[in-house]
Ligand binder design. Structure first.
Ligand SMILES: Cc1cc2nc3c(=O)[nH]c(=O)nc-3n(C[C@H](O)[C@H](O)[C@H](O)COP(=O)(O)OP(=O)(O)OC[C@H]3O[C@@H](n4cnc5c(N)ncnc54)[C@H](O)[C@@H]3O)c2cc1C
Length: 499
């Protein structure tokens, strides 16, 4: 029986453990932290239960596909609630707010109320998004790319034109909608991909299929329920998961991965090693220079997805102006993205996201109180001292009070934790403290993204947001499937039917 070691228990790592365990491999997962789940982490304080990372359960069909592959049903593990409305948007300095219902007629009527005729445009746009999503999931996302010809093949060249692979998201959206507000609604999801609408390929308008057409879900109990399910499935299939086990080195003999050395000095032998740890860290810190496919100089030239300035807040009363997911968009969109990507600084006029899971789920806050997760995307690598952190937190809260109808919010906070760039670096060995990894620009997508295997070391593979297909919880499960396909020589572009 082959022994496969997974370094890291992020979603990609857990995904690999489930698939290979089910196939009969002996699997050992070694996680640095006390908790499994990587960025989909959790902590509890003063009766509040905070999901630290992901909170949008999107593309439920991709989760269903993974669960089916490992012989499970999502509904046996997760109590999913479809949120209605899906989310609320506050437009900063415009005294305006709208709800996205993920109901085409209602959303079209709302679009018409902002821009006459935009309802019909929305319908056309979402048809295109659905088409793109289906082509992407059937032919592109579940495919390993080995050579440039795999990417620039006939299908990509023909579908690619239709899919708008080669134009930019902002230009694409602007062809459909004139009003700044509607453009923002269609473009904001680029932040999920760690990029800006001015850089992202228009292909990613498929994201709108997820939130508008499919809807936004929430696992009761919190997003961490997904991690618990993936751990349960991996263990059911025989995998051994070890927390508090940081790996220091991948052991290479005759250009082949033969095991790992833990920071404790313990050596564990393996036939195959899959690293789910940050790729920059794996390549530059766990391998010597002779064995690095992606050395330091490679990373210096990459565009990183943003980091985040996050506040975890326990609030002593309910906040009726908020629903589960809330977004606040700044008016000067372009400047806001520039402050993240071009002239890194704490955004003066930030766009932000507020999750209030206690609106849906009484288990995440004491009765009558609200659990808030506030996220401002900021540049990776930004250095912020303690005083600046506190000052910025206060500024962000003041903006929320003013723009989201939350009077005296600051006086109502009974628990506050700030989490930002150095925390991501320390907790997940994340390069320059990026929250998400490599941005999804065209030159960091598919064949242009770091591949999921080492070109220097046999039997060493990579899984997770740093490789293909990229960022996102369900996308990291696809990345696990891609490792499975690669190791078993399966070349089909379609999702696997069975193991
Ligand atoms: C704030 C935030 C909000 C997000 N929101 C959403 C959302 O709403 N919806 C969504 O779908 N996605 C969201 N994402 C993205 C999604 O969470 C990530 O893309 C995904 O979870 C990354 O998984 P991964 O497989 O790359 O592993 P990671 O989560 O990166 O985990 C890697 C693991 O490797 C471990 N590790 C590192 N070094 C070592 C070592 N030396 N030895 C052993 N272990 C090691 C780390 O501790 C970690 O556990 C969000 C991310 C963040 C940060």
């Amino acid at each position: 029986m082959k022994h496969l070691i997974v370094i890291g228990s992020g979603i990609g790592g857990l995904g690999v453990a489930g698939l290979f365990g089910k196939k009969g491999y002996r699997v050992t997962v070694l996680e640095k932290n006390a908790n499994f789940g990587g960025r989909a982490n959790i902590f509890e304080a003063d009766g509040f239960k905070f999901d630290m990372g992901p909170s949008w359960y999107l593309a439920s069909d991709i989760f269903e596909h993974y669960f089916k592959l490992v012989g499970e049903k999502v509904e046996d593990h997760l109590d999913l609630v479809k949120l209605s409305p899906s989310y609320r948007i506050f437009f900063k300095d415009r005294n305006m707010q709208v709800d996205i219902q993920s109901d085409i007629e209602k959303d079209a009527a709302m679009f018409d109320s902002i821009e006459p005729g935009a309802g019909e445009q929305l319908k056309k746009y979402l048809k295109q998004s659905e088409y793109q999503y289906n082509v992407a999931t059937n032919f592109f996302m579940f495919k390993n790319y080995d050579t440039i010809f795999d990417f620039f093949n006939r299908r990509v060249m023909t579908e690619g034109q239709k899919l708008s692979v080669f134009s930019k998201m902002h230009n694409f959206v602007s062809r459909f909608f004139k009003s700044e507000e509607l453009r923002q609604i269609m473009e904001y999801t680029m932040v999920f991909l760690g990029t800006s609408p001015y850089e992202a390929p228009a292909l990613y308008n498929l994201m709108s299929h997820m939130d508008f057409n499919q809807g936004v879900f929430y696992p009761q109990g919190g997003f961490y329920e997904l991690i618990k399910a993936l751990v349960r499935i991996a263990e059911k299939n025989g995998a051994t998961l070890r927390a508090n086990s940081p790996v220091a080195e991948i052991i290479v003999k005759n250009k082949k991965a033969v095991g790992v050395k833990l920071e404790s000095g313990e050596i564990i032998e393996a036939d195959l090693v899959v690293s789910n740890a940050d790729m920059q860290f794996t390549e530059t810190k766990m391998l010597d220079t002779a064995h690095q496919t992606y050395p330091d100089k490679y990373w210096k030239k990459r565009i990183l997805a943003p980091s985040a300035f996050i506040l975890y807040l326990g609030v002593k009363e309910k906040l009726p102006s908020l629903i589960h997911h809330n977004l606040l968009f700044s008016q000067d969109w372009r400047k806001n993205f520039a402050e993240i990507y071009k002239n890194p600084q704490l955004p003066l006029d930030p766009s932000l996201y507020v999750c209030a899971p206690s609106v849906t789920d009484p288990s995440v806050a004491p009765a009558g109180k609200e659990n808030l997760f506030v996220l401002v995307p900021i540049a990776s690598g930004l250095e912020i001292n303690e005083a600046e952190k506190q000052k910025y937190a206060d500024e962000v809260l003041a903006i929320m009070e003013r723009e989201m109808n939350l009077p005296d919010l600051r006086q109502k906070i009974e628990y506050k934790r700030i989490y930002t760039v150095p925390d991501f670096a320390a907790d997940y060995n994340s390069y320059r403290g990026t929250a998400l990894g490599l941005a999804h620009t065209i030159w960091q997508t598919a064949i242009f993204r770091p591949n999921n295997f080492s070109k220097k070391v046999k039997d060493l593979y990579y899984v997770g947001a740093g490789t293909n297909p990229g960022i996102g919880t369900q996308i990291c499960l696809i990345s696990a499937e891609l490792i499975y396909k690669r190791i078993h020589g399966i070349k089909d572009p379609e999702p696997l039917e069975n193991l």
